[in-house]
Write a protein that binds this ligand. Sequence first.
Ligand SMILES: [Zn+2]
Ligand SMILES: [Zn+2]
Length: 273
Amino acid sequence: MYADLHIHTRFSDGSSTPEDIVDIAARNGTKVIAICDHDTVAGLPRAAISAKKNGISLIEGIEFSTTTDGIPIHILGYNCDRKAPKFRNFLTELNEDRTATTKRIFDKLVKTGKLKYSWEDVLRHNKDAGYIYSVHVFYAMMADGFYTNNSEWNEFHYSMFAPGCPAYESTQAANARAAIEVVNSCKGLSVLAHPILMQRDDKLDELVSWGLQGIEVYYPSCRAADICRYLEFAEKKSLVVTGGTDFHGDFTKWDVTVGSVGLTKGQVMSLNI
Ligand SMILES: [Zn+2]
Ligand SMILES: [Zn+2]
């Protein structure tokens, strides 16, 4: 596709560097990419330099991972004013909450003997990270020889840190309403990520009433019927339509690469971002 508006890097839970992502986009003929790491914009400056060098247009993005009324709801923000104090403060709050939540899960896993590792070592290996998530624990343990390959990540994460695991806790700081408000008030475009994963179409009206501006219709697991349903909803509510792969490098759940799902040139131009 011409544009892929949902891509993760190592700055959140992808395995690729921003430079890797630009290289893959260039190889695949994808002209517009949006890096949307979870709750961080730290990868954007590097992505911008690399994109410029390779003639790729970069849209600055972020994906806020929220739990709202017990439902995981992810809000994408495109082209936010990331220097705005409101934006920065919101990120700081989320990042502190994320690290604290990861540590609580980590401590439980250590206490029950499921993990034999120290939090100090996790921090030592992640000095540049804005927050600590399970992927940072994995990378630290890999650096210390406990794991040898990225292919071990899924087993690591889904057996210990994911919803449904005994030690799991959800983060508390963010809810979708706050995320939408922050994106909108920092001049960004707020978009509901992967409604197909949320599986709660009954929640869509409420999200729109909170100021949601767009919906991610084109997504790897969306079938034709889902696409039609979301397109109709978008039209009815005057929402913009976006799409992307949610590429996570080696950790991607679907069989996709950068640009295999996304928007056409006309679609991305009409977004005006
Ligand atoms: Zn997501
Ligand atoms: Zn994502």
